[in-house]
Design a protein around this ligand. Structure first.
Ligand code: UDP
Length: 238
């Protein structure tokens, strides 16, 4: 949420700067099993935000002192590749990437059956190849498909998208310009069958009514993504 000023109108007669309606998500593309060497992988595009996720494991836990005898450990790494943004991004972890990795891990801890993997680690590696807002939600959506592709036992898939507020209007799935110049951003992750919220964050301010509307839009978005995730996994194993 940059709060940056722009001369480009964000909303004209109910249409956004990229031609979408307020409750419309950017075009979605999901592919499962895109990497030969990983145990599971997925590529997800949501408009101009592109992410690839790889899953390794279950494997031996390192460092040994961090292993948990009766359950597995999820390790999540999130990185924005140097060429993913306009100004070259300095490689390596920073505060933001650690925060995104943490909330992503917590979301997956609610669905991965870690009891089935004692003394083991499952590594989730999320790389943002191109960023135009919503990288954490696209990364999460990709990681969920990669976990399923790796055959990791889960109670449900997780789908994730964000709602936001631009020009005092709640909209679904902010693009980069909207994120930069908008008033609020609410990333949400939801389980596919159970419709349980696995992640919810908020940047900016919304009224209670606006937040309810944002939730409503995001739930619809997550359902659309869930369908695309299942389709991608079906195509992979057909
Ligand atoms: N962004 C950027 N450089 C950075 C971090 C973010 O250009 O170092 C841009 C990028 O387009 C990203 C957006 O700002 O998608 C919003 O970032 P935020 O931290 O809100 O997370 P996201 O919406 O990507 O999950």
């Amino acid at each position: 949420m940059g709060g940056t000023e722009t001369d480009i109108p964000l909303l004209v007669d109910g249409k956004r700067n990229d031609g979408r309606t307020i409750d419309q998500m950017r075009p979605v593309k999901i592919e499962a099993g895109v990497l030969e060497r990983a145990d599971g992988s997925a590529y997800v595009e949501l408009g101009e935000t592109h992410a690839i996720a790889a899953v390794y494991g279950p494997k031996e836990m390192h460092p040994r002192h961090a292993l948990i005898p009766n359950k597995g450990v999820l390790k999540v790494r999130y990185s924005m590749l140097p060429f993913s943004v306009g100004d070259r991004k300095r490689p390596g972890p920073d505060r933001r990437s650690r925060e995104i990795a943490k909330v992503t891990r917590e979301a997956f801890e609610s669905v991965v059956l870690l009891d089935k993997y004692p003394r083991s680690a499952i590594e989730i590696d999320i790389n943002i190849m191109q960023a135009d807002a919503g990288t954490r939600v696209v990364g999460l959506t990709a990681a969920s498909v990669a976990l399923a592709d790796a055959g990791i036992a889960m109670t449900d898939l997780i789908s994730s998208c964000a709602s936001g507020k631009i020009e005092d209007t709640v909209v679904l799935d902010l693009n980069g310009l909207e994120d930069n110049c908008g008033q609020a951003d609410v990333p949400i992750a939801m389980t596919g069958k159970g419709e349980q919220i696995a992640l919810m964050q908020m940047d900016g301010l919304m009224t209670k009514e606006e937040l309810n509307q944002a939730m409503e839009y995001a739930v619809t978005g997550c359902k659309e993504l869930h369908k695309a995730q299942v389709d991608a996994l079906r195509r992979r194993y057909q």
